[in-house]
Every structure is written in C-alpha cells, then in structure tokens.
Design a protein around this ligand. Structure first.
Ligand code: C2E
Ligand code: MG
Ligand code: MG
Ligand code: MG
Length: 280
C-alpha cells in the first residue's frame, strides 16, 4: 500500500480515496487490459445553438465496455486511471480519436463544427502535455481553432501562475479552453478572468435547479451574465426538458447539451444524426 501511494506521488486521488485499495488495484489491472484490448471507445454528444436549435459541436466522452458487456461509468474509472497514471496514455488516445473524427466530419462538409475534449488535471500537470497536444494537432491535421479542451474548475485552483502560463501556451496553438462543471468549484472571479478561458460550462446541477428553485435559476443566470461580461461563451450541461431549454434561451445562454437534444452517440450514429439535424 505504501508503495502504491508512493508511486502515485503527487498525483491526485481524492475522488478514489473511498474505494478499497484491493478493488482499486484490480480495476487498475483491468483498465490496463482494457486499453490493450480496445475495450475503451469514445462517444460524442452534440452541442446545440439554443437560438437556431442546430448542432454546432460535440463533446467527446470516454466509454469502457468490458468483455462481458458491462459498462463501467467514467466517474468510476477515470479516478483509477488518474491514480495509476494510465490517464496519460488514455487521454492522448481520446484526444487523437476526437481530432481524427473531426477531420472526418470536416471532409464530409461539417466545416464549422467543433470538438470538445475533457482533460484531467493529471494530464495537464504532465510535463509533456503541451508537446503531446502539438504532436496530435500536427499528426491529425485538425484545425486547432475547432478544438476545445475542457478543464474542471478544481484544476484552476492550484499554482495559479503555472496554470495561467500553460493555458496561454495552449491558446497559442489555436486550441480553446472551457471551464467544465462551472459553479461547483470555488475559484475567485478575478482568478477566472486571469485564466482567459474561452467558455464556461454551467454544471447540470444548476440546470436541473432552474425549474425547481429560484436559487438554482439565479446561479445559472449569474454564470450566463458572467460569461457575457467576461466575453466568454457559455454552454448549459444536462438539459433534459424543453422548459429548461426555453428558460436558458430566455436568459441569453447561447449553447446547450443534454438528453433533450441528443445522448452521447457512437461515431457511426453521429454523422447521420448531424445530417438529419441540420449541422451542415
Ligand atoms: P462531464 O465532462 O461534465 O460530462 C458531462 C456528463 O453528463 C457526461 O457523463 C454526459 O453523458 C452526461 N450528460 C449529458 N447530458 C445529460 C443529461 O441530459 N442528463 C444527464 N443526467 N446526464 C447528461 P459521462 O459520459 O458519464 O462522463 C462523466 C464525467 O467523466 C465527465 O463529466 C468527465 O468529467 C469525465 N470524462 C468522460 N470522458 C472523459 C475523458 O475522455 N477524459 C477525462 N479526463 N474525463 C472524462
Ligand atoms: Mg466535459
Ligand atoms: Mg461537466
Ligand atoms: Mg462532470
């Protein structure tokens, strides 16, 4: 156990701390095999322009389907991947696949379409992250301006100057930055401004509350306002019904994603869904 902790070094594993150590080791081994045997794949959830109601982009989301057909949710295996360091390899694969998929969509005429990719803080702190990003951009030939990296607000909390410099260099590649699950962390507003992110993603929690409590709706409203004032785009996450969508639209939220519009889908489903829904 001590050895494991040591190996984890400075990596973060707070989210997996509650999991039994033996279970964690078992999952780690299974994940290693999953990576080698291609049990991991990426699905894509469309992002919708709330005014035109057309898809303008998609978020890449990782899936793990084991040999016996069970799905293990990312919230369970990502912490293990982070703890073990496997996220470095997995995260690179997700980014490469998402870029390749966007190149393919572009060749089909979805030229304005964007792709968002989640990046773990462990990947972000890896010394080769920037090189890896540049390499994937070059190898796939994807237009960097159409790629967005999603980082969570909690990354934004540590070593402000190091992070701000890294984000600046990422933005120099042409790739843009979104703050995921915004509103669940506690970064200061002045710090948020220093990050120079391009987009805020309103956490699903606040979207759910929009129709059930006045406090919830005021948080979503505040984020939309904040985005407008700081010149950032805003995406509402987890929009499940039309009432939520119309309230968000009335509040001036430009973009949304959620089951109301589409569930995450495989590459094969994506092209026809986008065609049917006027993305081109
Ligand atoms: P996230 O990035 O905030 O992604 C949004 C989650 O909300 C996704 O869950 C998505 O399937 C789900 N979702 C979308 N619309 C709705 C809706 O209308 N209702 C509900 N109830 N849920 C909705 P998913 O795919 O299970 O991913 C969970 C989290 O795992 C993600 O949260 C992200 O933090 C992480 N994750 C997923 N893929 C990756 C990846 O490739 N790399 C990293 N580092 N993290 C990932
Ligand atoms: Mg995300
Ligand atoms: Mg989110
Ligand atoms: Mg999340």
């Amino acid at each position: 156990r001590a050895k494991l902790m040591q190996r984890a070094g400075h990596l973060f594993f707070t989210r997996s701390m509650g999991v039994d150590i033996r279970e964690r080791v078992r999952m780690m081994r299974a994940l290693r095999t999953a990576l080698d045997e291609k049990e991991l794949f990426v699905v894509y959830q469309p992002q919708i322009d709330l005014v035109t109601r057309r898809p303008v982009g998609a978020e890449a989301l990782l899936r793990w389907k084991t040999k016996d057909g069970t799905f293990i949710p990312p919230d369970r295996f990502i912490p293990i991947a982070e703890f073990s360091g496997l996220i470095i390899e997995i995260g690179e694969q997700v980014l490469r696949l998402a870029c390749q998929e966007l190149v393919r969509l572009q060749s089909l005429g979805f030229s304005e379409f964007t792709m968002s990719v989640n990046v773990s803080q462990v990947q972000f702190r890896h010394p080769r992250f920037l090189d890896m990003l540049r390499e994937v951009l070059r190898e796939t030939g994807v237009p960097a301006a159409r790629i967005e990296l999603e980082i969570t607000e909690s990354i934004a909390m540590e070593e402000p100057d190091v992070l701000i410099e890294l984000l600046r260099q990422i933005k120099q590649t042409g790739v843009s930055i979104a703050i995921d699950d915004f509103g669940t962390g506690f970064s200061s507003l002045s710090y948020l401004q220093r990050l120079q992110a391009d987009r805020l993603k309103i956490d699903r929690l606040f979207v759910t509350e929009i129709t059930s409590s006045t406090r919830g709706s005021s948080i979503a409203e505040m984020v939309i306002q904040l985005g407008r004032n700081l010149g950032m785009s805003v995406v509402a996450e987890g929009v499940e019904d039309e009432r939520q969508a119309s309230i968000l639209q009335a509040l001036g939220c430009p973009l949304a994603q959620g089951y109301l519009f589409a569930r995450p889908m495989t590459v094969d489903q994506l092209t026809s869904w986008l065609t049917d829904n006027g993305a081109r």
